[in-house]
Design a protein around this ligand. Structure first.
Ligand code: NAP
Ligand code: MG
Length: 398
């Protein structure tokens, strides 16, 4: 069989530890036998980031602007322990943070649903995708401990020096205070990313805040979404047969629990942080969550939601067998290949992505899986495979 050709490259961002090992196996067994793989390769492994003073991360993000599609392996975000372990020149920033700052955009996380790995919420039949706004609010706030009686105000000074004040609280004893912000431009990007992604995957979009209580802050989020929807997306949504739905965050939570899934839930930064952990654990496993960064300019970066699985890597280094789940990383590749196919008009590439995903799901549904899934599956007597044998089982199916 002739291999599928790719006209435009995708940006390949290699990573660290156990996921770097899986990365190589996935390419060797699942991609390269079928596709004349055309990638622009960037090694985001921590050693190479250190050698290049992290320039490689910046270069890979800029390449994503050029080619529009990237696939990324999980990477180490250095902390004090990693400084010694890798003898680092500096505590380099999180690559995901750097890439997000360059591409701007929203991260969409969705569980991979398979029969035999049942969600804790019985009525969830289809995946729920969380879209998390990745800028501002409590993540960029200023805080103070108030030692005793006194007045706290918000003060805005415009460029002409004119002040506007708003009383926060007249303290008559000790307390705490917090000031946070967001930027209309960032909220607009967030809204457009969500609307575009909903059209892309043809699913309804839900958005929720607490605008009844936060009449200026949260209400601005609500208003910006509504204005952009009415002006730019209303007709496109009607044509695609999907809806945009706004409600209060507490009402949204109640509805999510009673729903059967199959929509995108857009969340402010903090809500998205909390809700994505709830959704992923309720659907079964972090190893079954995909993640894609969608920029308002139409750039896409696909990855797994989990990290580099350090504990398994150390076992691997000691020559022990590992059973690390590669599903989310396989789906990062299929996401990127499908998008490449879509942008280049290559039906073959899109079909291949569908077939690889189906082969992966079928393998699990037939009872062949890694240890993490075997522990939670409702399938009786599952066959537990090691990291490589699972990938080989998918290859055989493919
Ligand atoms: P992690 O790699 O997600 O792993 C945490 C635990 O979750 C593992 O020890 C394992 O549990 C389980 N797990 C996660 N993925 C799995 C998989 N594919 N198959 C089987 N089990 C899986 O998180 P971490 O250990 O906290 O972080 C390790 C490194 O990853 C850190 O350096 C962090 O900076 C980085 N990280 C990167 C990204 C990213 O690049 N997007 C995201 C998060 C973290 P058991 O040990 O119980 O088997
Ligand atoms: Mg979190």
């Amino acid at each position: 069989m002739a291999k599928i050709k790719m006209t435009t490259p995708i940006v390949e961002m290699d990573g660290d530890e156990m996921t770097r090992i899986l990365w190589k196996m996935i390419k060797e067994h699942l991609i390269e036998p079928f596709i004349e793989l055309n990638t622009e390769y960037y090694d985001l492994g921590l050693e190479h980031r250190n050698e290049t003073d992290d320039q490689v991360t910046i270069d890979s993000a800029n390449a994503t602007k050029k080619y529009k599609v990237a696939v990324k392996c999980a990477t180490i975000t250095p902390n004090a322990a990693r400084m010694t372990e890798y003898d680092l020149k500096e505590m380099w920033k999180s690559p995901n943070g750097t890439i997000r700052a360059i591409l701007d955009g929203t991260v969409f996380r969705a569980p991979i649903v398979v029969k035999g790995i049942e969600p804790c919420v019985r009525n969830w039949k289809k995946p729920i995708t969380i879209a998390r706004h990745a800028y501002g609010d409590v993540y960029k706030s200023s805080e103070m401990k108030i030692p005793g009686a006194g007045k706290v105000e918000l003060v805005y000074t415009d460029q002409a020096g004119e002040e506007t004040r708003e009383l926060v609280h007249e303290f008559d004893s000790a307390g705490i205070v917090q000031g946070m912000h967001n930027i209309n431009h960032s909220i607009e990007s967030f809204a457009r990313s969500c609307f575009n992604y909903a059209l892309d995957i043809r699913q309804d979009l839900w958005f929720a805040t607490k605008d009844t209580i936060s009449k200026k802050y949260d209400h601005t989020f609500k208003d910006i979404f509504q204005e952009i929807f009415d002006a730019e997306y209303k007709e496109k949504f009607e044509a695609a047969g999907i809806t945009y739905f706004y409600t209060l965050i507490d009402d949204a939570v109640a509805r999510v629990m009673k729903s059967e899934g199959g929509y995108i839930w857009a969340c402010k930064n903090y809500d998205g942080d909390v809700m994505s952990d709830m959704i992923s654990s309720a659907f079964g496993s972090l190893a079954m969550m995909t993640s894609v960064l969608v920029s308002p300019d139409g750039y896409y970066e696909y990855e797994a939601a989990h990290g580099t699985v350090q504990r398994h890597y150390y076992k691997h280094l000691e020559g022990e067998e590992t059973s690390t789940n590669s599903v989310a990383t396989i789906f990062a590749w299929t996401g990127a290949l499908r998008k490449r196919g879509e942008l280049d008009g290559s039906q073959e590439l899109m079909d291949f992505a569908d077939r690889l995903e189906k082969a992966t799901i079928d393998t699990i549904e037939e009872g062949k899986m890694t240890k993490d899934l075997a522990l939670i599956t409702t399938i009786e007597n599952p066959t537990v495979l090691n990291s490589e044998d699972f990938i080989k089982a998918v290859a055989e199916k493919l």
